[in-house]
Write a protein that binds this ligand. Structure first.
Ligand SMILES: [Zn+2]
Length: 706
């Protein structure tokens, strides 16, 4: 998730604060509106999916803490029907960005303001259709501003207890922050869902999701209900998707050493999500591309995102960074704790290798012009996430496990439900450990250069990393000098990463000596070592044909896809056989194997010729908006290379070019821009114009007549 909007002026005022001020003063000084404290926000909304519209009312109770005659509530491009102060009409101004309410406010008094509103949000609230053309509606507040769908506060230092009530048509599941306290039938068609929060949070964490869902509920060791949602059609993927969820929860709660602060924890997969996942308070929303079967689990599982968003429930949601300079207090912590959770599942080597990989990336970044310190609001996400995690790993090594854990506990206890900066954390660590952390601060947080050597020193206490690095040093050596080393490195039991490194060093070169090593690599039966072969050995020699063909049966869609393609190219006489072997495999949620299979089938002479029309329809059909955007993108790319767009896929391309996911949208626009230079497609689009929506017509018109 990208960044927020920051209030830099306030930051300057606040640069020289003392240690002993109370946290109350702390918060006020960083708030955009230090004269008011918003307490509880009760909203009651309903959705009109056909118009992509939300309407309803929100009521805030607030206390005036310093003299003021005006308060502000952010609201982007809304219709404001009325504003009531203590149930009476009140003077307000609205400039499409914020509602300004003026009155003779008195210090220490509590007030209630009620805002009636409606909005057709351009962002932060998304109305999509699932694969069965049923409504799916969800929010994304971070980086997008909740004030696009709910009058609220763009300032993350304003923490409010948000209770949401949603009316929606029957037959859907409505999920929001907090505990469901009422679920009642209003009339023949409407159901009301009332959610209750106990504690305050920043507005960007307010969320809901609506869709056709089933759920399973487990209970954590500490008695927190863990609600895991899934589309009923994905019931067979439930186990492999949510695998280890309870263990991750129990582990993190123990490791962090602070009781999970919210009433429950819900996880909801949604279609065409903008990111991998978002840690809304108690209510993580994640991309349904992570709904995986057992085979996809090997390469694209939900474990990391699961643990990352859960860790944010403490780091980000319970304690929230005051502003972007301290973003690592959220992302660095979430990354580090997710890695610790993964270590429990995938082991020590996995943990160390991930740290090694990120150290390599950070070292590269360090050499570039984009290098920044960790305490820079404009730092890259690599810096906030990975360097942040590294800083914590280094700190833990420096002050020891016990001091580290006490520090984290005291930090959360001191600042719970408040906002924090880097000093808050470092001061507690200094006090707990009795260690002067000024060097640590300079090296790991403030310096622009990533301390690569220090990172490496922390890793090379491991024998695995030592052996890996010894082997990696051979990369520049000619093959003739290292056959023995490479062969020996594949001895049983082979290590995933060392085995892969051997394969990479063979560089797809198939001399007789290399073939012997490839042979041994195949025989390790290690799925990752074999995947490395599929990815790097594209021209398959006759001597390895048999072994290579066995890759088509490996339990990895990331292996089968390149293996199928490379075999199809290398052995034309066996194309039909390869297609036969793989005809029932779909692959990841992008349908990577199936889409490749269709393209190859269409290009294989004499293979089920009578079905070619059917295959083409299926391939074209994957461009439809009923599929997730990764499937569509995949299909569009192949259709472009085949120059074989059907009328329907041309229409879906326009739909894709206006999609809410900018990456997908841009890739569709690129293809569309190339197509309309071609007279044939340009003419087709002129004919198709009438079958498009008004919005799509306007967009296409602007493309056709620039
Ligand atoms: Zn995060």
């Amino acid at each position: 998730m990208k960044f927020y909007h920051f209030f830099l002026v306030v930051l300057f005022l606040w640069s020289g604060y003392g240690q002993d001020m109370t946290s109350v003063i702390n918060i006020e000084q960083n708030k955009e509106q230090p004269y008011v404290d918003f307490l509880v926000g009760e909203s009651h909304v309903t959705m009109l999916p056909n118009d992509k519209k939300i309407k309803g009312a929100v009521q805030y109770s607030f206390r005036i803490v310093k003299p003021t005659s005006r308060i502000k509530v952010d609201a982007q491009n809304m219709s404001i029907a009325s504003v009531l102060l203590n149930t009476k009409n009140v003077d307000f101004k609205y400039d499409n960005k914020a509602i300004l309410i003026s009155s003779d406010f008195e210090v220490d008094q509590e007030y209630i303001i009620k805002i009636e509103f409606s909005a057709i949000p351009k962002k932060a609230l998304y109305f999509v259709k699932d694969h069965n053309d049923e409504d799916q509606i969800w929010t994304q507040g971070q980086g997008k501003y909740t004030s696009n769908w709910l009058p609220s506060f763009d300032d993350m230092n304003e923490k409010v207890e948000f209770d949401i009530t949603i009316d929606f048509k029957k037959g859907y599941e409505v999920i929001a922050n907090g505990k469901l306290v009422k679920n009642e039938v209003i009339n023949d068609s409407i159901q009301r869902w009332k959610y209750d929060m106990r504690h305050p949070m920043s507005s960007y964490l307010v969320a809901f999701a609506i869709g056709k869902y089933d759920k399973k509920v487990e209970t954590s060791a500490s008695n927190i209900p863990l609600e895991m949602y899934y589309h009923p059609d994905n019931v067979d993927k439930y186990e492999s998707t949510y695998k280890h969820s309870k263990d991750i929860f129990d582990f993190l709660e123990k490791e962090i050493g602070f009781a999970y602060p919210w009433q429950n924890y819900k996880q909801i997969p949604v279609k065409d999500f903008l990111y991998a996942g978002m840690e809304n308070t108690g209510t993580t929303i994640f991309s349904d591309a992570f709904m995986v079967d057992e085979t996809a689990f090997i390469d694209q599982n939900y474990i990391n995102v699961n643990a990352h968003e859960l860790a944010h429930q403490w780091f980000g949601n319970l304690v929230t960074a005051k502003e972007g300079t301290h973003h690592w207090l959220q992302e660095g912590f979430a990354t580090y704790y997710a890695l610790l959770a993964e270590k429990e599942i995938f082991g020590e080597d996995y943990f160390l290798f991930k740290l090694y990989e990120s150290a390599e990336q950070l070292t590269e970044l360090s050499k570039s012009s984009q290098a920044t310190s960790l305490l820079d609001a404009d730092a890259s996400s690599l810096t906030f996430y990975q360097r942040g995690a590294w800083a914590l790993h280094a700190l833990r090594n420096l002050i020891g496990d016990t001091s580290f854990k006490i520090t984290v506990h005291n930090y959360l206890e001191t600042f719970k439900f408040e906002n924090v900066d880097t000093n808050d954390f470092i001061e507690i660590a200094t006090k707990v450990s009795g260690t002067d952390l000024s060097d640590f601060r300079k090296i790991w947080l403030e310096n622009v250069k990533f301390p690569s050597q220090k990172a490496l020193n922390l890793l090379t206490t491991s024998n695995f990393i030592k052996s890996y690095l010894t082997l990696a040093q051979e990369r520049t050596q000619p093959l003739a000098g290292k056959w023995n080393t490479l062969t020996k490195s594949l001895d049983f039991p082979v290590n995933d990463y060392i085995g892969q490194e051997v394969v990479y060093q063979l560089e797809g070169i198939t001399t007789p000596e290399n073939i012997v090593i490839y042979d041994k690599a195949f025989a390790t039966n290690n799925v990752f070592v074999r995947q490395a072969i599929a990815n790097t050995l594209s021209t398959v020699p006759k001597d390895l044909q048999k072994q290579y063909e066995s890759l088509l049966k490996d339990p990895s869609y990331a292996t089968i896809e390149p293996a199928l393609y490379n075999l199809w190219v290398s052995f034309p006489e066996k194309r039909k056989e390869y297609l036969e072997t793989t005809k029932n495999i779909i692959g990841f949620s992008s349908k990577n194997v199936r889409i490749l299979w269709l393209v190859l089938a269409l290009n294989t002479e004499g293979f089920e010729t009578e079905n070619h029309q059917k295959f083409f329809l299926e391939l074209s059909g994957y461009t439809s908006s009923k599929y997730g955007f990764s499937t569509r993108e995949n299909a569009f790319t192949y259709l472009e290379s085949m120059q074989a767009f059907s009328d329907l896929s041309l229409q879906y391309l326009v739909d894709g070019a206006m999609h809410h996911n900018w990456r997908f949208r841009n890739s569709c626009r690129k293809i569309l821009d190339k197509l309309i230079i071609n007279e044939k497609y340009k003419k087709k689009y002129v004919v198709l114009m009438d079958s498009l929506s008004k919005k799509q017509q306007d967009f296409l018109q602007s493309k056709l007549t620039p």
